[in-house]
Design a protein around this ligand. Structure first.
Ligand SMILES: NC(=O)c1ccc[n+]([C@@H]2O[C@H](COP(=O)([O-])OP(=O)(O)OC[C@H]3O[C@@H](n4cnc5c(N)ncnc54)[C@H](OP(=O)(O)O)[C@@H]3O)[C@@H](O)[C@H]2O)c1
Length: 277
């Protein structure tokens, strides 16, 4: 069974380079699909309170542990939703997520969106710091933070986020933000790494995939890995789930990497972080 290589976060905690994302996985299918991912070799799962499927994630994790997979080998991320921002509300939202997940501790907890108009991401993050200090979560971080949000956060808090999870794929390369992350020691985790599937028809990628004898999804995921991104593709069939993890036995050449880098056109598949509140 192919496992993802590990990446060491800025606090020494290991996370899989490639994990399984469950946005839009229906609650009733989630336990089965996460079990399929774990059977395929995934060890990291990305969910959020918003996704409405934390119970399914927890069921699959619990079953895997009961069947002999050490809990320490598994890594579960969840996120505090926008309407739960604020110190006390975040602590309550964390408890509610843990209840749904049925876990003793969480591996990573993220602020889902900065929501600049709410002006609450600093007290929200201070709640994450408290949970981190109490040992209830092994790593804390953010999602969808732009550089000004990160600088404002760092000026007011103590723990440098382990991760900023952002929309990132060949059509949205996020070059400047990734450089900011590198300077601050924050890992870049790519959401919608396949641009929600839209990028799979890109003619340049189709040609590269044909030449390599790989799927376009595999070429794009390999580009992410070689670019140093953590990545959490979502898929709904056992075949696609397994194929998306099978990207550690080949490489994309420097010329091919450059051809994929050249596809950047600043095109989002989701919202701009300043517009979500
Ligand atoms: N922090 C945030 O704000 C945020 C926002 C969005 C997403 N996320 C996280 O990032 C994860 C991934 O992002 P995403 O789900 O938006 O998009 P994605 O992973 O870029 O794309 C998923 C889409 O691609 C299709 N797909 C996946 N593998 C494929 C393959 N091998 N061949 C053909 N089609 C394939 C899937 O189809 P099927 O499902 O039909 O197989 C699905 O429609 C989410 O699940 C979530 O955990 C976070």
């Amino acid at each position: 069974m192919q496992l993802s290589p590990k990446y060491t976060l800025n606090n020494g905690v290991g996370i899989d380079v490639l994990g399984y994302g469950v946005y839009k996985v229906p609650a009733e299918d989630c336990a089965n699909l996460v079990a399929t991912a774990l059977d395929s070799g995934y060890r990291t799962v990305d969910t959020a309170a918003l996704y409405g499927n934390e119970e399914g994630v927890g069921t699959a994790i619990g079953n895997a542990v009961a069947a002999g997979t050490p809990r320490e080998e598994l890594f579960v991320t969840s996120k505090v939703w926008n309407t739960d921002q604020g110190y006390d509300a975040t602590l309550a939202a964390f408890d509610a997520s843990m209840e749904r997940l049925g876990l003793d501790y969480l591996d990573m907890y993220l602020i889902h969106w900065p929501c600049p108009a709410r002006e609450l991401f600093i007290p929200t993050y201070k709640a994450l710091e408290m949970l981190y200090r109490e040992g209830r979560v092994r790593a804390i971080g953010v999602s969808n933070f732009e550089a000004p949000h990160l600088h404002e956060l760092l000026a007011a808090t103590d723990v440098v986020p382990a991760v900023n999870q952002i929309e990132l794929h060949p059509w949205l390369a996020q070059t400047e933000l990734r450089a900011v992350h590198a300077g601050l020691g924050i890992a870049t985790q790519a959401w919608s790494p396949l641009a929600r599937g839209a990028i799979l028809n890109d003619p340049v990628l189709l040609e590269l995939a044909a030449r390599q004898g790989r799927s376009v999804a595999q070429i794009v995921l390999r580009w992410h890995v070689q670019s140093g991104h953590l990545v959490i593709p979502k898929a709904s069939s056992a075949e696609r789930i397994a194929a998306n993890l099978a990207v550690f036995d080949f490489s994309v050449s420097e010329t091919e990497m450059a051809a994929i880098d050249a596809l950047d056109r600043g095109q989002r598949s989701g919202s701009h972080p300043n517009e979500v509140n």
